[in-house]
Design a protein around this ligand. Structure first.
Ligand SMILES: [Fe+2]
Ligand SMILES: [Fe+2]
Length: 309
């Protein structure tokens, strides 16, 4: 049995407990502590935070799709979730998340990986929303924004597990960064799918988390194709853990399935590069939020999910 395999087994056992607290990735949440303790967090800021951090986002959707609302249509967007929960419950939920558990990763290498994952998730979310509008499916752009934000949630889980394992004297985690990345990558699609299912998120979100790297997939599934295209585009422009400028998006079957041409794909890359360049730790506690580019990119209509039809 090699070390890598042993670690994968240990990670799987930890994940089986179902009690792994997700880390917060947004780099500007420190300033929120003071705002929260002063009771001054506004709903607008809370919404913006949820649109920019997978952990806040998934906790809100989980609350809005909890057993208490069983039998009601599953909600898949932040505005719909806030509408269902109400402003008071939404704000108290943000406070609970901020103060309830330690969401920070202590290990510096894992922390850097988490920061890069945050960048990747935001760029994918914005790219996915843009691409759906460009491809002629504006009604799906809000949903795809959320899927872009959450598709790698399985990596977050494993990052947290590895951070906790650093404290275990019987586990040797003296690994190179590339080996840590491999560990986080391994099965993250399955881990993400399981978490989203456990937390009652819309079925389509769960399916796309599981299939975003699948070898066999349906290129006529426009949502999944869009997600896979922006995921590849993010890798092409280096928004994440690796960069591969040699990727040719137009050669991917996803491009044909979605019906987007070379020009549109070139525009997508430019849009995502621009988004990547503009990502900076905006102080959420200041009056500067939300950022104009977020307002521009994320249009959030009330969307009925295809899986609920
Ligand atoms: Fe992934
Ligand atoms: Fe990804």
């Amino acid at each position: 049995m090699n070390t890598s395999r042993s670690l994968l087994q240990i990670i799987a056992e930890r994940l089986d407990t179902g009690t792994i607290p997700l880390p917060i990735l947004h780099p500007s949440t420190e300033g929120l502590h003071a705002t929260l303790s002063g009771g001054g967090l506004e709903l607008k800021q809370a919404k913006q935070l949820m649109l920019q951090d997978p952990t806040f986002c998934i906790h809100l959707l989980r609350a809005a799709n909890s057993d208490f609302y069983a039998g009601m249509t599953k909600v898949g967007t932040i505005p719909d979730a806030v509408k269902r929960l109400g402003p008071d419950r939404t704000l108290s939920l943000v406070a609970e998340i901020m103060t309830g558990q330690n969401h920070r990763l202590r290990d510096p290498i894992l922390n850097e990986l988490a920061r890069a994952l945050w960048t990747h998730s935001i760029v994918c979310a914005r790219g996915a929303a843009w691409l759906m509008r460009k491809a002629g499916y504006p009604e799906l752009s809000a949903e795809l924004y959320m899927v872009g934000l959450l598709h790698d949630i399985g990596k977050l889980l494993v990052l947290r597990v590895l951070d906790e394992l650093r404290d275990c004297s019987d586990v040797d985690l003296c690994l190179e960064e590339s080996s840590l990345r491999d560990l986080v990558d391994a099965n993250h699609d399955q881990h993400g799918h399981r978490l989203l299912k456990q937390w009652n998120l819309p079925e389509r979100y769960c399916d796309m988390a599981r299939e975003h790297h699948a070898f066999d997939f349906d290129p006529d599934d426009v949502e999944l194709s869009a997600l896979r295209l922006v995921d590849a585009a993010a890798t092409k422009i280096g928004a994440g853990w690796s960069a591969d400028p040699s990727l040719v998006l137009s050669a991917m079957p996803e491009a044909a399935g979605l019906g987007v041409n070379d020009v549109a794909l070139a525009e997508l890359e430019i849009m995502m590069e621009d988004s990547l360049a503009r990502i900076s730790p905006v102080p959420l506690a200041s009056s500067a939020v939300p950022t104009p580019q977020d307002e521009q990119t994320v249009t959030l209509p009330s969307v009925k999910l295809a899986s609920e039809a």
